[in-house]
Write a protein that binds this ligand. Structure first.
Ligand code: FAD
Length: 505
């Protein structure tokens, strides 16, 4: 163990991105310290659910049942939307559903419980105020409950949200466009507000409402032509109630506000996700209008992409260049996210001048190919990474989940990924695969099994069939038969580092 540093990785921020990353690093045995400036968990409800791809991420780590244990059973749906145009994720047969009406605090509570069990060192009330990358490691200055202190680590990841201090201190560029409008949000008790899940277009703007349980409703008010204001404090509930009344004619001013906030459509993306030994993930790397509820999802998926790679580099099993694939893969997702949310914002928040476009797009979504394209975008199921040579339709996509029967009984593909290790899944009893992967046995499990049920959504990628797949710890397929045995060796070396023993020639 490397004791020259206080931690192998410092994660700044214990929001959903930082917690997911800390869990992934702990699964690989990495010494992690998570620093968060808040003295306790946030009570802001924020995102209300997650997408099918995030559901897959949680299923791949066996985390879904943890919501039941928290007494927050998941409400699932196959319905989604793109800028208010209804979509049905049922176009991907076998896909995991989306989760709705689940305040983000519950997702964070679930993740916090998981990382605590994994022995994560989470330090609250610790604000990062200074940072330097020495080339060999990173040093941070922290103001904590016992005063100022310095901590060192081999790598540091800024998961510290849209106003990221790490991003500024480490000199990341963050170009984009400032907010052009302001929306209000309130979680309010005691008003019995009619739900408007996707939003209701009204002459003055758009009104959204969703029940959060226990008599609490979320309202979002977007009055057209409301320019953003520089606020240092959240708006008063009376401002939100007045806007709601102007839009809908309904009086909610007697309600008890639990959380009131204002947000806008500022859209920015870091030009690099990595500078030396400092990396960014989640809102620290990308901010945008929360249209379609994609922010938390993208942050969790950034962390899922980065965690196993950073662990492999810290453990000395893979070269530092593996971290460059984090930028390549997730920056492309971030670019697309910004385009997607901008387009959704225009459609959703625009006035009557947008109606012809909504009508035309509404007609287009009646065509299956368009419907699937947009559903793939907002569900996260479209993501495909450039993993290497070959044209198999599964390459770079998330492996389809399916029931398996093998020597050790029945399991699922996702069940085999719970430990965040590589997986070579052999569905055809081909002994050559086991021999081929033997030099990576400390990092990659080889499992022989037979399909015992229908496959999940990625099989949809050109009705892909395969007898064997190499799956990265984040569930993405790095090699698929009938790719050659030599290509399998190359993929093992590319994604899992140099072999411990000489590979089979
Ligand atoms: C109104 C609203 C609705 C939303 N709806 C959705 C939705 O439906 N679905 C969805 O996916 N997303 C939604 N989002 C977006 C989602 O809330 C964010 O994308 C998500 O919280 C980002 O997670 P994060 O971990 O990257 O950052 P954050 O959640 O912002 O966490 C950052 C953490 O870093 C800490 N921190 C900051 N600076 C420092 C420092 N210097 N030192 C130490 N700690 C620091 C903070 O205390 C915080 O705990 C919504 C956002 C808003 C505002």
């Amino acid at each position: 163990m490397d004791t020259a540093y206080d931690a192998e990785v410092i994660v700044v921020g214990a929001g959903p991105t930082g917690l997911m990353l800390a869990g992934e690093l702990r699964l690989a045995g990495v010494r992690v310290v998570v620093l968060d400036r808040l003295p306790g968990p946030t009570t802001e409800s924020r995102g209300l659910g997650f997408t099918p791809r995030t559901m897959e991420v949680f299923a791949q780590r066996g985390l879904v049942d943890r919501f039941d244990a928290l007494d927050t059973p998941l409400q699932t749906t196959t319905r989604g939307h793109f800028g208010g145009l209804p979509l049905d994720f049922g176009v991907f047969p076998g896909a995991h559903p989306a989760v709705v009406n689940l305040p983000q605090v519950h997702t964070e509570t679930m993740l916090r419980g998981w990382v605590a069990e994994l022995g994560c060192d989470l330090r609250r009330g610790h604000t990062v105020v200074g940072l330097s990358d020495t080339g060999e490691g990173v040093r941070v200055r922290v103001e904590g409950p016992d005063g100022a202190a310095e901590l060192s680590a081999r790598y540091l990841v800024g998961c510290d949200g849209g106003r990221s201090t790490v991003r500024a201190l480490a000199g990341f560029e963050f170009p984009g466009t400032p907010a052009t409008l302001e929306l209000f949000l309130a979680d309010v008790r005691g008003c019995e507000i009619r739900p408007r899940f996707i939003g209701e277009w009204l002459p003055g703007g758009v009104a959204m409402a969703a029940p959060l349980g226990d008599g609490v409703d979320r309202v979002v008010v977007c009055e057209r032509d409301t320019p953003p204001r520089r606020r240092t404090e959240p708006p008063e509930f009376s401002e939100v109630a007045a806007g709601w009344q102007r839009l809908t004619g309904e009086d909610i001013s007697h309600g008890e506000p639990l959380w009131v906030s204002a947000f806008g459509d500022a859209t920015r993306l870091a030009t690099q996700y990595r500078r030396g030994r400092v990396l960014l993930a989640g809102d620290a790397a990308h901010v945008h209008l929360p249209a379609g509820g994609l922010g938390m999802n993208t942050g969790i998926q950034d962390a899922f992409n980065l965690g196993w790679k950073l662990a492999a580099v810290v453990r000395g099993r893979a070269p530092g260049t593996l971290l460059d694939t984090y930028h390549d893969e997730r920056h492309a997702v971030g670019r697309r996210l910004l385009n997607n949310t901008r387009a959704q914002g225009l459609l959703f928040l625009g006035g009557t001048e947008m109606q012809p476009l909504r009508d035309v797009l509404g007609e287009l979504t009646g065509h299956e190919v368009v419907h699937r394209h947009l559903a793939g975008m907002v569900s996260g199921l479209e993501v495909r990474y450039p993993v290497g040579p070959g044209d198999h339709p599964l390459l770079g996509r998330c492996v389809p989940d399916m029931e398996l029967a093998g020597e050790a009984g029945t399991t699922t593909v996702f069940g085999l990924l719970h430990g965040a290790r590589g997986l070579l899944l052999d569905l055809d009893g081909d002994d050559r695969l086991r021999r081929r992967a033997q030099p990576w046995a400390d990092r990659v499990d080889v499992v022989s099994a037979r399909p015992a049920g229908p496959a999940g959504p990625a099989s949809d990628a050109g009705a892909a069939r395969t007898d064997a797949v190499l799956v990265r710890p984040d569930g993405h397929v790095a090699w698929a038969s009938p790719g050659s045995q030599e290509e399998l060796t190359d993929a093992l070396a590319r994604w899992f580092g140099a072999p411990a023993l000489s590979p089979v020639g």
